[in-house]
Design a protein around this ligand. Structure first.
Ligand SMILES: [Ca+2]
Ligand SMILES: [Ca+2]
Ligand SMILES: [Ca+2]
Length: 323
């Protein structure tokens, strides 16, 4: 899985599919290089353990869904976009997004400038898009753009080109924003979900680059999901160890590769051509092929699956949800 089902035993973080972050994308807006598109996908429509459909409610009311932006390379957020979903009596949801800048961006985004309020959450074929100032937003269910022969992965990387995600949905937070809102340099982006509990906020899931959770068995995964990119140095050894096994890397080379993957942040320069792994991630970048080539040190170069054909040419770019 990419970052789908990143909880214990291929379950969901905090046992809640709505809090499972699956993928993060950042790319230049097609046709308007002065703007960027950030996509945070959460809530896979399908559970693996036990197999079955997940809840129809798109987002967890009262939880926070955050995109963090580091503008100065220290792996600590300087800008944050934080979304809170409310639920009305008839099951319809709405979204309020805050933008937090400065020292507080690294914390929980409960306070900050509200940039959109009570935006509708979309569940049908038609994408409900909300415009506010220089921003445009989408919240709701879409076709999952992630593509991967997941079965082949569970069958010892014997890939047959069977795309598990071809008929799956996710719930998306899509932001169109002026590049200037991200500062003037290359930035680092990651996302996280936070659950409100009796003991306060608990980080349920987080990630920047795709597929990183593959490296993390058991307790390591828990510590990682709860952690901050600024502390990711401590898991370089775990990643390196796995790379020695999976790719036959020599120990010193494995550490070098692990250092490229951590901290778990997606590097993005809005003023260049977006393409994973060097600059952001578009909806069609074959991150699985990049990942397995690296994981196996070139022994497996792809899963024989390519991008989906249902992407849109215009905002929110992700295809209509499958029934
Ligand atoms: Ca996840
Ligand atoms: Ca920073
Ligand atoms: Ca592929």
């Amino acid at each position: 899985m990419s970052h789908h089902a990143s909880g214990p035993n291929f379950g969901f973080p905090r046992d809640d599919a709505r809090l499972d972050m699956t993928d993060l994308y950042a790319f230049t807006k097609p046709g308007d290089p002065a703007k960027s598109i950030i996509v945070l996908n959460v809530h896979p429509s399908f559970a693996l353990n036990p197999p079955g459909l997940t809840t129809t409610e798109p987002f967890a009311p009262g939880a926070l869904y955050e995109v963090k932006v580091d503008t100065d390379g220290d792996a600590i957020a300087d800008i944050a976009y934080s979304v809170l979903f409310s639920s009305s009596g008839d099951g319809k949801q709405s979204a309020t997004m805050r933008r937090i800048q400065g020292v507080r961006a690294a914390g929980v985004g409960e306070e900050g400038e509200i940039i959109v309020q009570q935006a509708p959450v979309s569940v049908g074929q038609e994408a409900l898009v909300t415009k506010a100032g220089d921003y445009r937003f989408f919240f709701g269910r879409r076709s999952d753009p992630f593509f991967f022969d997941a079965k082949g992965n569970f069958n010892q990387m014997q890939f047959t080109g069977d795309d598990f995600f071809t008929d799956k949905n996710v719930c998306s937070i899509v932001i169109e924003l002026p590049n200037s809102a991200l500062g003037s340099n290359r930035v680092g982006i990651w996302a996280r979900t936070l659950d409100k509990t009796g003991e306060g906020w608990i980080q349920a899931d987080r990630g920047g680059r795709p597929l990183q959770a593959v490296f993390l068995p058991g307790e390591e995964r828990e510590a990682y999901l709860n952690g901050e990119p600024a502390n990711d140095d401590r898991i370089i050894g775990v990643f390196a160890h796995e790379l020695e096994h999976s790719g036959g890397y020599r120990p010193e080379d494995a550490v070098g590769v692990a250092r490229k993957l951590l901290p778990d942040i997606l590097s993005y320069n809005p003023r260049g051509l977006a393409r994973f792994p060097h600059n952001g991630r578009t909806l069609t970048d074959d991150v699985v092929d990049v990942f397995f080539s690296m994981l196996t040190n070139g022994k497996v170069t792809g899963d024989k699956v390519g991008p989906h054909g249902d992407l849109l040419d215009e905002f929110p770019y992700l295809g209509s949800p499958h029934d």
